[in-house]
Design a protein around this ligand. Structure first.
Ligand code: ATP
Length: 248
């Protein structure tokens, strides 16, 4: 049986500042419980696609001028990121964006702000996050601004997990991290997917690592989807090998 579609994007166009056409008809579908990779080079439109879903586009003067997005079969109006979070859909932005002056633990706790479950549930979620990121437990009293890039990426993902999302939009988790850390982060993403059932749509320039961990992928070029398929098919595709996987 084909898995249920959680998120569906149908032929969207996105324009910034009323003039710059950045997405030129992007369609994609994200199966529930999967890891879907959104690949492509610098400026291809990956971040814009994620922001169109999460509602963050508005604050950057971007508009969806054509097409539609639906989540759990319902059309997203996309006006407000907080609304999306309450529906179970959360974006982890590129560049990590910690609150630098708060401790690691305080950063994580900001992720639970929409919840009404009370202290015990929040404490349990914090333990769940520390279970996936033991390093964050060690660093919980440290000011986030003084932690490493890898730790800040962990904080960003951990904070998103505190909202108990059904789906995480993860923008460029590998950015600026050493290969070993990239591997660690992706391994944890895979565990969150398998053990917590979180659906991921992740934007990555690192095609190699993304296609090892994702189930399916889309390749964007210049605001259009130019290829899509299972991760395995994409890994073995001669064009993908030549243009996106280098010699590896
Ligand atoms: P990157 O990995 O560099 O973020 P990307 O594939 O995520 O690449 P986007 O960030 O979506 O690409 O950018 C797509 C295009 O839109 C680029 O040409 C970029 O310059 C432009 N763009 C992005 N944000 C804005 C904005 N706020 N205003 C105007 N143009 C923008």
């Amino acid at each position: 049986a084909t898995p249920e579609t959680l998120l569906e994007i149908n032929n969207i166009e996105v324009i910034y500042n009323h003039v710059i056409l950045v997405l030129k008809g992007v369609s994609l579908s994200v199966p529930k419980g999967g890891i879907t990779a959104l690949l492509g080079g610098n400026g291809a439109g990956k971040s814009t696609t994620l922001k169109s879903i999460s509602g963050l586009l508005r604050s950057e003067r971007g508009d969806i001028t054509k097409g539609s997005i639906s989540y759990r079969g319902q059309r997203l109006t996309g006006e407000n990121p907080a609304d999306q979070v309450s529906k179970g859909l959360i974006q982890v932005m590129e560049g990590r964006h910690c609150f630098e002056h708060l401790t690691v633990e305080e950063n994580l706790l900001t992720g639970s702000y929409t919840r009404t479950q009370g202290r015990a549930a929040i404490a349990a979620d914090l333990e769940m996050v520390y279970d996936y990121f033991p390093r964050l437990k060690e660093r919980r009293k440290s000011q986030a601004g003084y932690t490493s890039g890898g730790e800040q990426q962990m904080v960003a993902i951990g904070r998103a997990m505190m909202a108990r999302p059904e789906m995480i939009l993860l923008d460029e988790p590998s950015m600026g991290l050493a290969p070993q850390l990239v591997e660690q982060i992706f391994t944890i993403v895979k565990r969150l997917n398998e053990e917590q059932g979180v659906t991921f749509l992740l934007a990555e320039q690192n095609t190699n690592v993304a296609l090892r961990f994702a189930h399916t992928g889309y390749i964007l070029e210049n605001g259009r989807v130019v290829m899509e398929g299972t991760a395995k098919d994409l890994r073995e595709n001669p064009d993908v090998k030549e243009f996106y996987l280098g010699m590896s």
